[in-house]
Design a protein around this ligand. Sequence first.
Ligand code: ATP
Ligand code: MG
Length: 263
Amino acid sequence: MNEASRKAHTIAVTSGKGGVGKTFLSANIAAALARAGRRVLVIDADLGLANLDIILNLQPKSTLHDVLNGVVELEDVILTAPCGFSVLPAGSGIAEYARLSGELRERMRMLLDRLGSRYDCLLIDTGAGITDLVQYAASLADELVVVTTPEPTALADAYATIKVLSADCHRSRVHLVINQVRRPGEGVTLTKQLQQVVDRFLTSAEAPPPQLGFLGEIPHDADVPAAVRSRRLLLESSPGSPVSLAITGIAGRLSRQLLASAA
Ligand SMILES: Nc1ncnc2c1ncn2[C@@H]1O[C@H](COP(=O)(O)OP(=O)(O)OP(=O)(O)O)[C@@H](O)[C@H]1O
Ligand SMILES: [Mg+2]
């Protein structure tokens, strides 16, 4: 396969409930993949309410919004984050992405195609909920990672997200990360319970229920808000912490599963 035709694995990181850790995880998973030698781009797809540049302490002069409007070139927008991965920042305070026009969808799709030839992995950090933009971003991705916390409300919203997004694209597998667990093993238990609900209610004559691939659990840790406040990657500031080790494990499993499905 030559350089131009090589295609990156595209992964959408999403959630039902907001504030469960998608942006924090996207950035740190990207750091772990970059450390393992992969060329990674994180795309902030929370267009309108962008956060990725803030937690990475980047100061974008222009954004994905400007690229989509044809005001700047893609090359002039991509920034390099600590740990060596690339970032395509979004833009804040823009309301026009609530409903996506056909033209905007086409521009987004073409943009991903262009980026796909330059990286090994595109991580799309979406907003929360089942919006037009989230649904479209998920439809463009090869794989879906749903993030939830153990809270019943977050789990209920994760189920709703899995239901809608897996049906949209006839997905047979959805990856799951349980963030902010309070005791070891909680993530495995909750994934099994969620799978039982999925098996019971998302079975149809056309397709079997999606399989939830448990990527890992991440402990609740006060160091995380501290790292976010100081705008540093946890993988850089505390590489040996339990949260960093959990994220490195998740990045490794994700990487291996992508390679296995591509083989
Ligand atoms: N493992 C953790 N332990 C403790 N706090 C955490 C953990 N993971 C995330 N957080 C906290 O949750 C906050 C929200 O995280 P983040 O912004 O990544 O969520 P999000 O899902 O991207 O939110 P949004 O839906 O608004 O995009 C972080 O600022 C951090 O303080
Ligand atoms: Mg976010």
